[in-house]
Design a protein around this ligand. Sequence first.
Ligand SMILES: *Cc1c(COP(=O)(O)O)cnc(C)c1O
Length: 413
Amino acid sequence: MRPESLMMSHGYKPSLSEGAIKCPIFQTSTFVFNKAEEGKRFFEVAYGIKEKEKGEELGLIYSRLNNPDLEILENRLCLWDEADDCAVFESGMSAISTAMLEFLAPGDLLLFSRPVYGGTDHFINHFLKKMQIHSIGFLAGETKEQIINRINESGLADKLAMIHIETPANPTNALIDIEMCAEIKNHFSTESKPVVLSVDNTYMGPIWQHPLKHGADLVLYSATKYIGGHSDVIAGACLGSFALIGRIKGLRTFLGNMCGPWTGWLLMRSLETLKVRMDQQATNAIEVANFLKNHPKVERVYYLGHIPESGTDVEKEIYARQCTTGGAMISFDVIGGEKEAFTFLNNLKLIKLAVSLGSTESLAEHPATMTHVDVAAEFKAALNITDKLVRLSVGVEYHGDIISDISQALDLM
Ligand SMILES: *Cc1c(COP(=O)(O)O)cnc(C)c1O
């Protein structure tokens, strides 16, 4: 069965919860053991002192280690990406920072794509730097040879421990080739120092792109975005093999940044409609992008769905291989600058002026002064993050209403 058919029931046994059709919120800090021997066994398994027997389930101990709302949510998230295991977090940033802290040590080198999410950028360039973890950023369009040369020239090739990429990149939908990054990873991996490749897949959500299939080791999500999808919860997730997620769950236990049961319950509720929401958003985005493309006050549209007709050969190839739709994120340059962009944003009626993305309601913002204000000036031009750029997250509303709203706001510009 497909994931969308399993989202209402997978991993939940009503008989364990008085027959309740829905998984209740297990708002409890700790769990009662039937016998001391049982508690002993649960801890042996949880702390890796003894191996789990075949088919044995880890007993419930304490909600920082495990909780039914988290475990069932994790099982359901695994279905979309066909991952072995998943760890959920209190935010996307806690998923990303925990993964980086687990796989990087002082002296190591991190390779990352530019631009990455502002919080990730800050974590890499401030916190990790302070921990003596070096980093090299590369841009979409750089070739494998160019990137390998830069790593070799840094003198830290034997220290490369992790590659972290975001594709398509926020805010202009720039594409990074995941398989190329897997080749770079294999080039530098040794038996004693395997390189880990992580992909922040927030922009495509679990429906439109599956990085594990293209050679990624870890998929990261801000579940605040499409997975939560209603602008009412902050959460994150990391998926991958049992071995890697086991390590991440280990660190999560000691950082204590797992999500709470209420967040877990909200995300399970959201997952039931993930496919229909995202399908509708992608269909709406096609209409909105085509409207913008033909508008006299719009200079350029950055939308993945236009790549098959107007992308470069490299973009066409990556898009065809990695993405199943054009997604629902559209950026565009208005004719003019900040003044015109702000006039547009200030006059929207249906579309809300807010950051974040992937939600049921359409959202619009100004990357250069909002989400990407922190991006170094030297990179802004190369990344097309200019004053005339507006970013849209297309929601589930009727597409004609979204377009009318955009149209009337553009007319006032
Ligand atoms: C929002 C976002 C994050 C951070 O997630 P939070 O849930 O806000 O912590 C990370 N990566 C991307 C691409 C995002 O859009």
